[in-house]
Design a protein around this ligand. Sequence first.
Ligand code: 8Y4
Length: 266
Amino acid sequence: MGVMNITPDSFSDGGTLYRQGPDLGAVRRRGEQMVADGASFLDLGGESTRPGAEPVSEQEELDRVIPCVEALADLPVTLSVDTSTPAVMREAAARGAGLINDVRALTRDGALEAAAELQLPVCLMHMQGTPKTMQQGPQYDAVVLEVRDWLLGRVELCLAAGLSRDRILLDPGFGFGKTVTHNLALLEGLSALTATGHGVLVGLSRKSLIGKLIGREVDERLPASLALAVLAAERGASIIRTHDVRETADALAMVAALAEPPRAAE
Ligand code: 8Y4
């Protein structure tokens, strides 16, 4: 899954798809490149969720995301909308989006109902706190179990609202209200999520745990991101969210090739 940030202030990729509004030419080129590089999903986000970021209005989010969905709708890829806002879910779905990626796991007013009505696959991500406050001393007694049980509680609410289980992906939300220790425990315990039978999506690309563990700036985190992607794939993750599609697709192709039965490769 390739990341496309439609925000002026992206810390991870410098806001290159936005200049006083979405730069649709740049969006189209980046989308085509990510598809050529092997993306199965493009994740379009109009809200910055970095620690301390200010919220964006519903109208602003619509103005950022919906033209991009329109600009990319004919590409041979599933368009994912990174949103917690019911109106964005509805408008994006009407223009061909195929996945709702909600870092708030459909907790916003009306989000559960919108997702059920649209019958789109959803990714439910775990976050402790809100983007503004989440990195101020996150605490857990048993992070893996708490994250899993919270997500499974959200799954039950989704099922009760009419979503079908096979369209629900789970994501531990690396970096969202977690210390480095919590993130490492979640990566180590990823099988607790895959064992639920739900597809698991992970986002580790360029994240600050890399900076904290090995002291790399955000633009120097690709090799470490690939190591994490390979580990997550080995531990059963089905979708890897990344800023670097070509490199990640190659790394995952090797994981897949090694998992296949021996054949005459030479
Ligand atoms: C450097 C690189 C600094 C990345 C910060 C970041 C996830 C997600 C994000 C995730 C799902 C981010 C929208 C945060 N992370 N959605 N979204 N899972 N499902 N930060 O892990 O990439 S945005």
